[in-house]
Design a binder for this molecule. Structure first.
Ligand SMILES: O=C(O)Cc1cc(O)ccc1O
Ligand SMILES: [Fe+2]
Length: 455
């Protein structure tokens, strides 16, 4: 087998027409060389082509079958062939996986951030990643973290491995070409990628400066939500989740580094080969991507504003029925048709906490100040809703507003039942908007006792 270089500087070795397998939660199989998967058993004495068999488990061995996640990887050398892990020097300093008073603080104040600048100095995906907020603990296997990234450089001769949890990556600017042990994914803004706990991956930035959001969950995995009374179809369709085909590189590359996030700290281990040496794999534990443009939204067709849960793409449940550790919800382009209804999101307080981001366009409830690449956080029971301009504009248009299409937009929400603590660099960030509260101060009283107006 011919050796291929492992160091990718511009991602130009990604073909434009990558093909994928599909199906959320399916049991899939893929061979980069025909016959590389053993037949009839997972761990033969000698595997085809002299490969090593290695299992990666995303759930305990004894998890119930319907939740059990594992894959078998057939690789040129096993992952264990590396030098000892050492703390990464220089350290990272802006990643948190166990939220407590020493690393984060609490405020019920509604927070909003402007889009962060793209970096000026060379910064890859790992160095560009920073934790904004989160709750719980990767050690106790219950919790979540919300990160953002701002990067401009392809990862060079190194792979990232997150031992703490699953990453759901939402690129906002710049494509991500992600090499994983299961194969390669091309992810554009408007698509998302899920990198489950433990998979090694490397991020190429073919467009250079790139920015986005990451939700990380500890101890559980993303699932499709139940559809209940919607029926058997709708929202995100299982077949639209795309999974890499096996792809490998067989090269000797001294000094290849595995960067392992473990308890929020980074460790490095040297090895002399690429970790992307899996010639074939099968199983139901794998990275995947999804195009948010494929989402089939359901919504109000007569009156009132539906709750945002109707737009759940993926959920991470807790043991309590209907209570999520983390929901990933989108606000996609759609028709708005409700009659005699205040159509934008209502004023509300929620026992869940809501982190929002904007991939493109504007957001229905915020006429100003919530920008693509920016973010907001409305924590448990902190009131929020349409800003003054959105409210007054909606009232001014009145009940005569006919059906209209909210076009060219894609906002999203990470919603959690846990209460997030906020990291100091996010609170002190120059991109935090200290005047956010002012967007609601103009909401004046329209109360006129004695003049009950029928809507
Ligand atoms: O606060 C937000 O903007 C998110 C949101 C949107 C919506 O349509 C209804 C409720 C809700 O929390
Ligand atoms: Fe909300």
């Amino acid at each position: 087998m011919e050796s291929k270089p492992v160091s990718k500087t511009d991602g130009s070795d990604f073909p434009p027409d990558l093909s994928y397998q599909s199906g959320f939660g399916n049991h899939l199989a893929s061979e980069a060389i025909p016959g590389a998967l053993p037949e009839g058993q997972n761990s033969p004495l000698i595997c085809p082509y002299g490969l090593y068999a290695e299992q990666i488990s995303g759930t305990s061995f004894t998890s119930p079958r319907k939740l059990n996640l594992r894959s078998w990887l057939y690789r040129i050398k096993p992952s264990v062939t590396h030098e000892p892990f050492k703390p990464r020097i220089p350290g990272h300093g802006k990643l948190v996986s166990e939220f407590n008073q020493s690393n984060s603080s609490l405020t019920p104040t509604q927070l909003r951030w402007k889009p962060a600048d793209l970096p000026h100095s060379p910064t890859d995906f790992i160095d560009g990643l920073y934790t904004v907020c989160g709750a719980g603990s990767s050690f106790l296997r219950h919790g979540f973290a919300i990160h953002m990234y701002s990067a401009n450089k392809t990862m060079d001769s190194c792979a990232f491995c997150n031992a703490d949890g699953d990453f759901l990556i939402v690129p906002q600017e710049g494509r991500l070409w992600i090499t994983t042990e299961c194969g390669r994914l091309q992810v554009s803004p408007g698509e998302i990628a899920v990198l489950p706990q433990g998979f090694r991956f490397a991020v190429n930035l073919p467009d250079g400066p790139s920015r986005g959001y990451v939700a990380e969950v500890f101890g559980s995995h993303f699932q499709l939500p139940d559809l209940g009374l919607i029926g058997a179809n709708g929202l995100a369709a299982p077949r639209d989740f795309l999974v890499p085909m096996a792809w490998f590189e067989d090269c000797s590359c001294p000094g290849y580094t595995i960067v392992q996030k473990f308890g929020g700290e980074l460790f490095t281990a040297r090895q002399d080969f690429s970790p992307f040496n899996v010639v074939a794999w099968h199983g139901n534990y794998f990275p995947y991507k999804y195009d948010l443009g494929r989402f089939c939204p359901y919504n109000t067709v007569l009156i009132d504003h539906g709750d945002p849960s109707i737009n759940t793409v993926l959920t991470v449940p807790t043991e309590k029925p209907g209570v999520a550790l983390l929901d990933f919800v989108i606000f996609p382009p759609r028709w708005v048709v409700a009659e005699h209804t205040f159509r934008p999101p209502y004023f509300h307080r929620n026992c869940m906490s809501e982190f929002m981001g904007l991939i493109r366009g504007g957001y229905e409830a915020k006429a100003d100040g919530f920008l693509p690449g920016g973010a907001s956080l409305h924590s448990c029971m902190s009131p929020h809703g349409p800003d003054t301009k959105s409210y007054e504009g909606t009232i001014a248009r009145g009940n005569e507003a006919g059906p209209y299409r909210i076009a060219d937009t894609m906002a999203f929400m990470f919603e959690s039942s846990l209460i997030p603590r906020i990291c100091p660099w996010a609170l002190d960030s120059p991109f935090m908007d200290p005047n956010y509260y002012e967007c609601w101060l103009g909401l004046r009283s329209h109360f006129k006792p004695g003049s009950r107006r029928k809507s």
